[in-house]
Write a protein that binds this ligand. Structure first.
Ligand code: 5RP
Length: 228
């Protein structure tokens, strides 16, 4: 039986095998994506990585991977990134590592996106993992009230909670704040995604819909693949 960290590692290593020389590769954020970055570095291919966070940029650089900023390369051939939940049709919740905005920007600029995760992330319905929502700091308490209204319209009766670490609000790489919403079940992810995007002050949310082309899931007995 492979433990959770072993499952993450196996998924990351399987994804690293998809990379070919001369590719531009989007580099995800989180512990599973870090296994991918390590396995990719070990292959010593001539590639350029486009990191989705400062943490990933630091890791990739320390391992000798050449990196570039989003927009400074040709189209990204392949992005590999983790997720907090993988639901029906490869709908995802992301943002547990507070990198959702840069992740989504990189994913949307990629020809192909592969999500990697341990088996516990694979769920029947999204929403057990609290949905991260990135908001601008200015007026964020007002924005949170507007988010409440939108949640109520989507029949989600939970309050957004400002994410803190060591008592202080967590700041994203872009200087924004994160609110987490323990939705429980998200029955209509597309409706919720559109409604959240309509709130002024919301920069983006952790629902990644119709973006993943394939999932490589590390299970207790090895890696398996899922298509949308
Ligand atoms: C960061 C993310 C991560 O990919 C997600 O939180 C999964 O992390 P991990 O691989 O450590 O479980 O979305 O914003």
């Amino acid at each position: 039986m492979i433990d959770v960290d072993g499952q993450k590692r196996a998924a990351g290593e399987a994804a690293a095998k998809l990379v070919e020389a001369d590719m531009v590769v989007g580099l995800g954020t989180g512990s599973t994506a870090a296994w991918f970055v390590r396995a990719l570095a070990a292959r010593k291919l001539d590639i350029v990585g486009v990191p989705t966070s400062q943490a990933t940029a630091d890791l990739a650089t320390s391992l000798g991977i050449r990196i570039a900023q989003l927009g400074d390369t040709r189209t990204i051939d392949l992005t590999v990134d983790g997720a907090d939940e993988i639901g029906p049709g490869l709908s995802l919740i992301k943002g547990g590592g507070a990198a959702l905005l840069r992740e989504k920007l990189v994913w949307e600029a990629s020809s192909r996106c592969v999500v990697i995760a341990d088996a516990a992330k694979h769920v029947k319905t999204l929403g057990k993992f609290a949905l991260p929502i990135e908001v601008v700091a200015f007026g964020h308490k007002i924005t949170a009230l507007r988010i409440c209204d939108v949640l109520a319209e989507c029949e989600i009766g939970m309050m957004p909670a400002l994410r803190r670490r060591d008592g202080e609000p967590v700041r994203t790489d872009g200087g924004n704040l994160i609110y987490d919403v323990a939705c429980g079940r998200i029955e209509e992810p597309a409706m919720l995604a559109a409604a959240l995007k309509s709130v002024t002050g919301v920069v983006d949310h952790g629902l990644f819909l119709d973006l993943a082309d394939c999932a490589l899931i590390g299970g207790p007995d090895g890696v398996f693949e899922l298509e949308p």
